[in-house]
Design a binder for this molecule. Sequence first.
Ligand code: IPD
Ligand code: CA
Ligand code: CA
Length: 264
Amino acid sequence: MTDIKTLKDVMFKAADAAAAIQLEYFETDFEIGRKRDYSDLVTEVDKKCEAKIIEIIHDAFPGHNVLGEEGGDQHKTSDYVWIVDPIDGTVNYAHSVPVFCVSIAVEYKGEVILGIVYSPKTNEKFYAEKGGGAFLNHKQLKVSDIDLLKDSLLVTGFPYGAKDNFDHCIDHFVNFVKLGLPIRRLGSAALDICYLAAGRFEGFWEVNLNAWDVAAGYLILLEAGGKVTNFEGGKYSVYDKQILATNGKTVHSEMIEVLKKAYL
Ligand code: IPD
Ligand code: CA
Ligand code: CA
C-alpha cells in the first residue's frame, strides 16, 4: 500500500492546481458546451482542470485509475481509484456565481480513504482522512447538534432532467416544502455535504448523483460525525443513486419518513 502521507500530498497538490485554474478563468470568456441535457454544461475550464489533476496524479502514481467526470483514465489495474469532479457547480461557474469547487477522493480496494473539497472563491478547503477526522482549513469539523427536523436547515439539488420528476425528485422537494422548512439549493453537491459537515446544514438529499459529486464529501461528513444512507436508511455506497446525508441526529429518521411519502 502506498503511504497515506504521499497520497495526501498529491491530493492537495492536484486540488490546489485545479483551484488555481478555476480562479484564473473565472468571469473570463471561456468556451461553454452542453451535454446530453440542455442545462448540463461543460466548460473548457472543467476539461483543463481535469487534465491537470490527472497529470499530477499520474506523475506520482502512473498505475492508479482515475474516475473523472470529463472522461478520467481508467485503463490501469490498480486497487486505487481517484474519484474526481474537476468543477462541482459548473452551472454556477459558467454564470459567474462564486459557488463551485474541485472535489477529489481516493478510493482503496473499494473504500474511500481520503477526500478534499476546495472552494477557491471562499478560500475554504475541506478535507478528511479515514479515521483521522475532518477539517476545514486546519480546524476540526463537527456536525451541528440540532436534533429535530422542525429546527433544521436543509439543502438539496436537482438532477439534470428534473423536469420529468426523475425518481420523484420534484415530489420529494414538495413534501419537504410543505413542512414549512427552510431549504437551500447551492448548485454544488460536494459543497452541500461539506457545509453539513461544518454544521451549517442539518440534512441533504438528492437523487441521481455520481460518485465524483459525493465521494470526498461523504468521507468528510462521516469524519465530522454525520450519517449517510440511502432513502430507506440502508447502507450507502458512493455509487448509489439516492443519498440522504444528515448530522446523524433524530432528523435522519424524520427525513426518511418524508422521503417515503413519494413512493406510497
Ligand atoms: C452538479 C452539482 C449540482 C447537482 C447536480 C450535479 P456539476 O454537478 O453537484 O449541485 O444538483 O446533480 O450534477 O455538473 O456541477 O459537476
Ligand atoms: Ca458534480
Ligand atoms: Ca463537474
